[in-house]
Design a protein around this ligand. Structure first.
Ligand SMILES: NC(=O)c1ccc[n+]([C@@H]2O[C@H](COP(=O)([O-])OP(=O)(O)OC[C@H]3O[C@@H](n4cnc5c(N)ncnc54)[C@H](O)[C@@H]3O)[C@@H](O)[C@H]2O)c1
Ligand SMILES: [Zn+2]
Length: 347
């Protein structure tokens, strides 16, 4: 299983890990924005491989360029790759390591909140292919993941809020207390030292679920909370050429699915108001209109998480900390939920 290290003393943690793993050689992978961080951690005289930043570069061509440097620089099966970056770098670097010479060891150093809370942990690696996100990849857990909040100070505020939405999701599926601690945290003016223990608690929620169900056959589906409606918001924004950060779509998806949970399972309505207030404050998004409902429902129907045609699957909640996977809702209920969601946001 992956070793998770939560610390703001990243250099020291990395030196310790490299000492333990005792590789034949070390390579760093970073993108154009995270390269300075990788350089600052390179106490090993290692080669730093730089790839272009941006999800559009999480592709086969970039992957091949990483394999090429590893090959021509004499990497062996006993080499170690240290991925320093957000989800783009850890997804691509994880897969590069999992496939090079049938698999070499790798460490992820997460430098974005989304990476720390989601992408760097859990063992899913891969690249985009054709028009499909994460079409080619492998389940390949890192040997270790270092999670720190020290690099978040240079992240755009929007990126920080985007990652925080996934933290809220983990809170909602794990326990009422965790979720309330997050609601009390001011992400718009984040204290990064205070965020580290919250992040530790949060990542452990994902780690625990992944440990029980690594291949998403059961409880791991709880991690899809907020993502059926969220992906629909994200895709609609993309189709309209006004893309929104993934976490913003998830934050709004969470509220829609909490409303659905209220309608179908009696999820407490008081919780809806707290999340609506947070969305109004930190996750402003173009308002949804009645005319968007058909398109949104069509997008939900095509979500790859649906198991049979025409049925829309959700993870819902009885209450915070009590998720119900494999739930479904019919079209009328989804329309009613969207009405209430808009009312809650004052739209
Ligand atoms: N494997 C999984 O389970 C999983 C889960 C969620 C998301 N993902 C993947 O993660 C990716 C999204 O992750 P992301 O949001 O971290 O994207 P990203 O890695 O593209 O990072 C976003 C931007 O921030 C820059 N950046 C990174 N660290 C920085 C820092 N400390 N300061 C300033 N800028 C910095 C990056 O260079 C990039 O331009 C997607 O490819 C998605 O598919 C994977
Ligand atoms: Zn997500």
């Amino acid at each position: 299983m992956q070793k998770l290290i939560f610390t703001n003393e990243v250099g020291q943690a990395l030196a310790g890990l490299v000492g333990e793993l005792n590789p034949a050689g070390v390579f760093f992978l970073a993108d154009s924005n995270t390269r300075p961080i990788a350089e600052s951690l390179n106490a090993f005289g290692a080669k730093v491989i730089e790839i272009p930043a941006g999800d559009e570069n999480k592709n086969l061509q970039t992957l091949a360029s990483v394999w090429e440097v590893l090959s021509t620089s004499g990497a062996t099966r006993r080499s170690l790759l240290v991925n320093v970056g957000g989800g783009m770098v850890t997804d691509l670097g994880g897969f590069a390591a999992a496939s090079f010479k049938r698999g070499i060891r790798f460490i992820n150093v997460a430098t974005t909140l989304l990476g720390a809370v989601d992408a760097a942990v859990g063992g899913k690696t891969g690249v985009n292919f054709l028009h499909f996100k994460n079409e080619i990849g492998a389940f390949a857990p890192a040997d270790a993941v270092i999670i720190s909040t020290r690099y978040f100070s240079t992240l755009p505020a929007e990126e920080l809020r985007s990652g925080f939405a996934e933290m809220l999701k983990h809170g909602l599926i794990s326990s009422g207390e965790t979720y309330r601690r997050l609601l009390a945290f001011d992400i718009a003016d984040a204290d990064l030292e205070a965020l580290l223990p919250l992040l530790e608690e949060n990542v452990k929620v994902k780690e625990h679920i992944v440990e029980i169900d690594p291949r998403e056959q059961g409880i791991r589906k709880a991690l899809n909370l907020g993502h059926t409606a969220g992906h629909a918001f994200e895709s609609l924004a993309m189709e309209r050429r006004r893309p929104i950060p993934h976490g913003f779509a998830v934050a709004h998806g969470l509220l829609v699915e909490m409303v659905l949970s209220n309608l179908l399972l009696g999820f407490p309505s008081a919780e809806l108001h707290a999340v609506a207030a947070l969305l109004r404050e930190a996750y402003a998004m173009e308002p949804v209109r009645c005319g968007d409902y058909d398109a949104l429902i069509e997008l939900m129907r095509h979500d790859k998480k649906n198991s049979s045609r025409g049925v829309i699957n959700f993870t819902l909640l009885n209450r915070p900390g009590d998720p119900v996977i494999d739930s479904t809702a019919d079209e009328d209920t989804i329309r009613a939920a969207l009405d209430i969601y808009r009312e809650l946001l004052g739209q």
